[in-house]
Design a protein around this ligand. Structure first.
Ligand code: ADP
Ligand code: MG
Length: 477
């Protein structure tokens, strides 16, 4: 039997407002427990929620960015359930009338293909507090700092057909909310959380299979692993004669498995009803207008522009526009160095490699765009070779800022004087007559030997193009 995988994602993006969605308490991360929970967040009697306009503006911005219908009127509803970290006994969310309706997001896959994933809806809601099960000797601590933090829950259509597509979607969404500056995207701190709904069905069957919802996934790598594990599990269950049950499963990254957490509740278990404490949210034409005006250049548009303006391949353009910060860095380098292809190669190659190795983000790069641009100018004008540039780059990485000063201090200027290069070549040819014979007898690979010798003598500083050219002439002539 051939199985087809079907995945839909629910992403909770914590909106980057300074205060909570219905109260004035701070949303800053990392405070002492319960220091940032006010009477509203604690659910004390007699208090009333007041909607944070900034959260609404952010949801609108998101909706516009994914070409979604923005509901002119949306309604907050109470989702009733009991949990110790939810003191009111209900979560304020949106149910029948969410603020953002159907939209779509383009994703690009590593094999160069792409597709559009449908967005079902995105709604505003408040986060719950946190239950702390460790460190309390058999008791549970409750921290309500997170209670009332604004979330945008983004629900996708079940349009993804592999773990790789799900990861591509999640990454693209992550990139988008960061471009829009509506979410900091920090997955470790839980600012961007991904639940994956996974089912399988026989290839060719139209009806969807029964899904399991996977929770507790806090990185893209775990998202991929959790889905891969779950797909295998479901195949085993069905092929073993069993049935997949609709349930919520917890991903355990240490064991790389999913385990049943609870059977899936139905919507009617929550007794949703419109929250009488809150007015419907009306989106005015002005709000839409200012939302549109506040949109930055979005990832897809930037990527296309990078292709057209800098002549980059689609792949390079995609890598460089994955985050706004990386794209900005690249553009500053180009502004300094003008050779876009060279800049792309260095930013995606040596610089990204060094950043990865050091676990640093582009915003924390020890090499500024100015410094890198300065070095690339010297490659472009032939002052240094690309190979020697690696030494200059190392010095910049270690704290130097001016490539010219490094080149000067280390004596790295490229030898481009053909007379000087010829003199070295003469010496080497004279010292290696048997290798010349081999070359002339047809072993043209010996050219590499001679180039290597010249580079050794000149400490890598001879211009490689000229070395090759002169050597060939001399050996063939
Ligand atoms: P709920 O609110 O109970 O979680 P929804 O109908 O809102 O349920 O769906 C949640 C997510 O599950 C959506 O992203 C949707 O695309 C996805 N989904 C629904 N059915 C399936 C299925 N059979 N297989 C995979 N994903 C599914
Ligand atoms: Mg759900």
């Amino acid at each position: 039997m051939q199985w087809e995988v079907v995945i839909g994602l629910e992403i909770h993006a914590q909106l980057a407002t300074r205060s909570k969605i219905f109260s004035g308490a701070s949303t800053a991360y990392g405070a002492e427990p319960n220091r940032q929970a006010c009477a509203v967040d604690l659910g004390l009697p007699g208090v009333l929620p007041v909607l944070n306009a900034e959260a609404v503006a952010m949801a609108v911005k998101f909706g516009l960015a994914v070409n979604a219908e923005i509901a002119p009127r949306s309604v907050f509803a109470r989702k009733n359930y009991f949990y110790p970290d939810l003191p009111k006994g209900y979560q304020i969310s949106q149910y029948e009338l969410p603020i953002v309706g159907k939209g779509r997001l383009r994703i690009d896959l590593e094999d160069g293909t792409g597709k559009e994933v449908g967005i079902t809806r995105a709604h505003l809601e408040e986060d719950a507090g946190k239950s702390l099960h460790e460190d309390y000797h058999g008791l549970t601590g409750i921290d309500l700092n997170r209670a009332g933090t604004p979330l945008l829950e983004i629900v996708s259509e079940p349009d993804m057909r592999s773990a790789a597509e799900a990861v591509a979607y999640a990454k693209k969404m992550h990139s988008l909310v960061r471009y829009l500056e509506i979410c900091d995207g920090n997955m470790q701190e839980g600012s961007f959380r991904c639940d994956a709904n996974v089912s399988i069905r026989p290839k060719g069957q139209a009806a969807l299979g029964t899904r399991a919802e996977l929770k507790n996934i806090n990185s893209f790598r775990f998202l991929e692993r959790a889905i891969l594990f779950e797909v295998e599990r479901q195949i085993d269950v069905i092929e073993g004669g069993g049935e997949v049950v609709q349930e919520t499963r917890l991903y355990d990254s240490a064991k790389n498995e999913t385990r049943s957490m609870r059977s899936k509740e139905e919507a009617n278990d929550y007794r949703y009803f419109p929250d009488p404490d809150l007015l419907p949210v009306e989106i005015t034409a002005e709000l839409l207008q200012s939302g549109r005006a506040s949109l930055p250049e979005l990832p897809d548009a930037k990527r296309e522009r990078f292709g057209a303006e800098y002549g980059l391949s689609d792949y390079d353009a995609a890598v460089l526009t994955a985050s706004r910060e990386l794209a900005d860095y690249f553009e500053s380098v180009v502004a300094n160095a003008s050779d876009a292809k060279l800049a792309a190669n260095w930013v995606m190659g040596d610089l990204s490699g060094a950043l990865n190795k050091a676990g640093l983000d582009i915003t924390a790069s020890p090499v500024s765009a100015d410094s890198l641009g300065g070095m690339l100018r010297r490659i472009a004008d032939n002052t240094i070779s690309g190979k020697i540039a690696k030494q200059v780059f190392e010095a910049l990485w270690a704290g130097e800022t001016d490539a010219d000063a490094v080149i000067e201090a280390k004596g790295l200027v490229q030898i481009t004087d053909s007379g000087a290069i010829e003199a070295v070549i003469d010496e080497i040819l004279a010292a290696n007559p048997s290798q010349i014979e081999q070359y002339r007898a047809g072993k043209t690979k010996m050219l590499g030997f001679f180039v290597g010798q010249v580079m050794k003598v000149t400490q890598g500083k001879a211009n490689p193009g000229q070395v090759n050219e002169i050597l060939k002439k001399r050996l063939d002539g």
